[in-house]
Design a protein around this ligand. Sequence first.
Ligand SMILES: Cc1ncc(COP(=O)(O)O)c(C=O)c1O
Length: 343
Amino acid sequence: MRPLFQSFPELESAVANAGFAHLPTPVELHSFSGKAIYVKRDDLTHSSYGGNKVRKLELILPQAQRAGARRVVTFGATGTHHGLATAVFCRQIGLQCEVLLFDQPVTEAVQDNIRMLAAQGAELKHCGSLANTLRRFYLHPGRLQRRNYFLFAGGSNVLGVLAFINAALELKQQVDAGACEPPERIYCPASSNATLAGLTLGIALAGLPTQVIGVRVGPAKVGPFDSCTVKSVRALMQKTVRWLQRQGAEWTVPVPSPHVSDDWYGDGYGHQYAAAEAAAELFSETTELPLDPTYTAKCFAAVLADRSDGPIMYWHTLNSMPLAPLAEGFNSQQLPDSLIDTL
Ligand SMILES: Cc1ncc(COP(=O)(O)O)c(C=O)c1O
């Protein structure tokens, strides 16, 4: 049983769990140029496609089914891992998937992502700018139909946060079992916020002496709205705690203040820079695992810059399973013309 349900038995009827994530994920200790760092291997959450989204989706997708949905509509950048994970697991559990896409700098990884999205059966709508994507998401013609479940980018709703409260409780069990020391700091990438919000809440609930630092890799604001700031993360945490209380769960600790580091964003979402490239190189030399330029390389650059003596943990949120099988059967006729042009 997931530790979330051990802590909050009242959730068993309120929260469905598809149970497809392979948990707990291992914790490993690696030496990076002589610096010892724990790596929490969330790349291994599933053998078809791992990474942090699997934890969220195993709670979100069965909830969509319970609500009577046949199709999940979500959005992300053209390189969206969230969109791909949603397409993969929708297909596995028999839901249709529609992904609205906005542009990001085109790289080989982004092109591969578009091919995989299509091959996984997602219906793709290319919307150009983020503003236009948001407009089409909120004004979607199927908005009021029960058969559609609308999932915000990154899967960062209350269920996504619960998945990462569970992840922190899982880590506490690993600490108790002697798999690792209690970390002084945990670093994770932060973009749509549920990973950071859930880990921060879960660590407080677990009573670990750990500061969770979200390394911001997405824009702080979208128009006038906070999208990745202390304020937006706190709002998501508070919304989750209020939701838990409405289910009859007793929340016993003060809601902590989240930590967001703005120092590693660089020139923008998906834009690379030298320190992140060097961090990715060191990481893959040591672990034989790749980092991506958009999320994990920037986060790991922040980890390497940490000068404290205490145990540090890097929460590795990127899939490491081979991608080629996910692109099998790709046919460019599955794409709108404007996306064919990006390939
Ligand atoms: C590999 C990876 N790490 C981290 C994140 C950020 O997680 P969150 O959206 O929960 O802030 C994402 C989001 O897409 C991601 O793809």
